[in-house]
Design a protein around this ligand. Structure first.
Ligand SMILES: [Zn+2]
Length: 266
């Protein structure tokens, strides 16, 4: 079940109750509430390069980091190019980044790690954030699944990368498909809708009326990768449907802030 939580010093996040029971992680999706940004970007925009004032975005990121009890230089981001590269955030990653530079993994749409105390971040405004926690190996993964990433199966690829790097077994994992655009709000071309149906028919997926249910398709892909259906939760919120809580790229015709989905091993 989704739950809204407000930090004492501002900033409201959405969490998932079964993830909240895991004492070794922190997780959530930021909402629009409680930050410094104004206008279309009001209030808690976490995305740089969105047209918003960078100093306000950095102030919002600071509010988030403080709310989570971690330092700003422990916040790791993916460049997000709608691809399927999964980056393992290890000590080599930190060694390769120059002192004082932002921690951004280039050409990456999913992050995995087993290092405690760092926040993996994915930025979205309609795309689907997919959270994966390996409860046995104590490893985490976070994927950015827009239509392109979903079409290329990024959720399954993230789980596969965790298997390869950490020995993760899908049966030991819990997943949360966080807030993104819902099926009724996500109309696409007939051609794209047909492509999805053809490609994912074997998983039991079918697009209806030129609409795509990306949340459900990510759910099906995680099952196809070996997870049990009852180990996967789907957010009940839609980014387009709830303007007071979430940014939506489609609703704002591109003039939109971003929510940060974050996952931390304590
Ligand atoms: Zn919707």
């Amino acid at each position: 079940m989704d739950e809204l939580i407000q930090f004492p010093r501002g900033g409201t996040i959405l969490t998932q109750s079964s993830f909240s029971e895991l004492s070794f992680i922190s997780h959530g999706v930021t909402t629009r509430k409680g930050g410094c940004s104004g206008g279309e970007y009001s209030q808690f925009n976490q995305g740089l390069n969105t047209g918003d004032d960078a100093s306000l975005v950095n102030a919002n990121r600071k509010i988030l980091a403080e709310g989570l009890g971690i330092r700003l230089h422990k916040m790791v981001y993916a460049q997000q190019v709608h691809g399927t590269h999964v980056a393992c955030i290890d000590q080599d990653f930190f060694s390769a980044v120059a002192e004082g530079q932002p921690l951004v993994s280039a050409q990456t749409d999913a992050l995995i790690t087993r290092i405690p105390g760092i926040a993996l971040n994915i930025l979205t405004a309609d795309c689907i954030p997919v959270f994966i926690v390996d409860t046995r190996c104590k490893a985490i993964g976070l994927a950015h699944a827009g239509w392109r990433g979903t079409y290329e199966g990024i959720a399954g690829k993230t789980l596969h990368a965790m298997k390869k790097c950490f020995g993760t077994a899908p049966s030991d994992c819990l997943a949360w498909i966080g807030t993104g655009i819902c099926e009724s709000c996500y109309e696409v071309s007939e051609e794209l809708s047909m492509d999805f149906t053809t490609r994912f028919k074997p998983l039991g997926f079918c697009s209806r009326d030129h609409h795509l249910d990306l949340m459900n398709l990510n759910f099906l892909q995680l099952q196809d990768a070996g997870m049990a259906p009852d180990a996967i939760e789907i957010s009940g919120y839609c980014s387009y449907h709830h303007p007071e809580l979430f940014y939506s790229y489609r609703r704002s015709a591109g003039m939109s802030g971003r929510m940060a989905s974050f996952l931390i091993l304590k």
